[in-house]
Every structure is written in C-alpha cells, then in structure tokens.
Write a protein that binds this ligand. Structure first.
Ligand code: CP
Length: 305
C-alpha cells in the first residue's frame, strides 16, 4: 500500500493530525493570488471516482486538487460510464488507475475492497466515504473547525446525535477522538445506535447529552442505508435541534453537521443563523484539509517533501 494512502484514521498519529491542521491553517491564508495555484504546471492528475452521490466531498476534493496544482478527471456515479454496461467498481478503479493519475479519491460502498486496491496500485488512494466504514477527511475537517477556533481538543466533549449506526462519519470520529483525546458520547433512538456496547457512552435523552457536551454533531438520518424505512414522525420533537435548543446552551457550544441536512428532522432550518452553528465553516475548512491531505499524499509541500 502507498504509505500516503488514507483509508482510515488508524494509520495517522496525533502528531500527523496536528501537522495536517497546521498545513491546512497555512493554506487557509493563501489564496488564488498565489501564482503556484491554478496553473497546473505539475502536470499531475487527481482522479475522483465517486460510485455514490456527493456534493461537498467531491467538489471540495476537486477544488483542493486544483489548488494543489493538479488537473482533475472523474466519475460521478454510473451515468454515462461503463458501470451501466455491468462493469464492476473494482474493474472501474483498475482502469482509471491504468490511465496514470497521481492519486485516486474514491467514494464507494462497503463491498469495494479499497484496502486490497491500495495494496495493488502504485498511487495513493484517499477514502472519500467508504460505505459505513469511515469518512476520514470528514472527521478531520470537523475537528479542524473546532481546533482553528483555538479550542483545546483534549477538553472537548463531543455529542454525536442521531443515526450513528449507519454513519461512516461517526465511525471515523470514534477513531479520531481516541487518537486526539476528545471525549465522545452518542445519543439517539436505540435502533439508530451501534449494535453492541462499548463504542462510546450513550445518553438516552438529548437534553442530558447536551448538558454534558461542549459541542454537538447532528447526523443525517440515512434512509438509503435502512433496511426498513424508520418512522420519523416524532424524531424532531425528541432528537432534533433548533435555534431555541442552541440558545439554551453556553455561548461556547458549537453545532456541527457533516451534511447534507434533512431539515425538519435532525435540525430545524433556523440553526443556520445561530451564532453557535458551524455547518458552513466545516465545508469551508474541508477544502484546506483535503488540500493538505493531497499535498501529504504526493509529498508536494515542504512539510512532507
Ligand atoms: N459530508 C458529506 O460527505 O457530504 P457529501 O455526501 O455531499 O459529500
């Protein structure tokens, strides 16, 4: 496997995450005016291979590739590709890799063996959301959003609320929290929580979780991953967060959501205007985190050369 692939967060250390955050912060202060950006002089290509839908991850990896001096090529779902003729995801990746991109950014279902592909292929693979296994760049950018406000992550108590069982974001957060010393607790309906005990402490009432937490991450109810469609008629009343909920928390509390949001289910729309809400700041920081990951993967910046 390429040493600079990122399939999950267990392959990073706390020091490497801190380095990523420092680089991402530096990148946040550099802009389009930097001549090295956007001119593609490196002649490298980043291949974005997305077998599942995406807006934030795909477009921010694309922006990050461009800012790092890579051209992009990509596959966005089956439409117009030979997947429609029955080609497998594995064959698709092998064929895209044969075209010689510098790196592959892949979003796939659990069924695609990304680890085997990373062992087999010469270029780094960045996991852009892999079934329910993980979404490492999302967890990194979520905590980057808190870190760059000067918060001490070892004192952070993050409540992850909602459809945890089907969430690859939650899976990556549990890995990252363990590494960085962030305390994590879960809350949500029992059928939305991980099977088996031990992943993290659980609150059975949202209010109790909110009293414990310093920040809260609401998760999308992922209807596409439920075998039976859940009844959501009382979800918002019991587990949803509104501007009024946030107003009853300390001003230092922060609301995160990886997106896309089911408005009126896990969040009410009025949270976007609340000063504790960081949803769009997460997206903004995601480009810098992904640029830092690309520069790490390819050894493009002085920190990784
Ligand atoms: N957070 C996230 O993965 O969003 P997209 O599905 O739009 O990429």
């Amino acid at each position: 496997m390429s040493a600079r692939s990122l399939l999950d967060l267990t392959t990073l250390s706390a020091d490497e995450v801190k380095k990523l955050y420092s680089v991402a912060e530096r990148l946040s202060h550099e802009g389009a005016k930097d001549r090295e950006y956007f001119d593609h002089r490196r002649g490298l290509t980043g291949a974005l291979v997305f077998f599942e839908p995406s807006t934030r991850t795909r477009l921010s990896f694309e922006a990050a590739c461009i800012r790092a001096g890579l051209r992009t090529t990509g596959l966005h779902g089956a439409g117009g590709s030979s997947l429609e003729k029955g080609e497998t995801a594995e064959d698709t990746v092998l064929n895209v890799a044969a075209m010689g991109p510098a790196l592959l950014v892949i979003r796939a279902t659990d069924e695609l063996d990304l680890a085997a592909l990373a062992r087999r292929l010469p270029m780094p693979i960045l996991n852009a959301g892999w079934g329910k296994r993980g979404h490492p760049s999302q967890a990194l950018l979520d905590l980057f959003c808190l870190w760059r406000e000067g918060r001490d992550l070892t004192r952070e108590r993050l409540l992850i609320c909602g459809d945890v069982r089907h969430s690859r974001v939650a899976a990556s957060h549990l890995e990252l929290a363990r590494m960085l010393g962030v305390q994590v607790a879960l809350c949500g309906p029992p059928s939305f929580l991980p099977e088996g005990a031990g992943a993290a402490p659980v609150f059975t009432k949202l209010q109790e979780g909110l009293e414990w937490a310093t920040s809260v991450m609401a998760l999308r109810v992922q209807l596409e991953r439920h075998r039976d469609r859940p009844d959501l008629s009382s979800f918002h009343a019991e587990w949803g967060i509104s501007a009024d909920t946030l107003s009853r928390l300390p001003a230092t509390a922060r609301l995160l959501h990886p997106g896309p949001v089911n408005w009126g289910v896990e969040l009410s729309h009025d949270v976007l205007q609340h000063p504790s809400c960081r949803i769009l700041q997460q997206v903004q920081g995601g480009v810098w985190i992904r640029q830092a990951l690309i520069e790490r993967a390819l050894g493009l910046s002085k920190e990784w050369s």
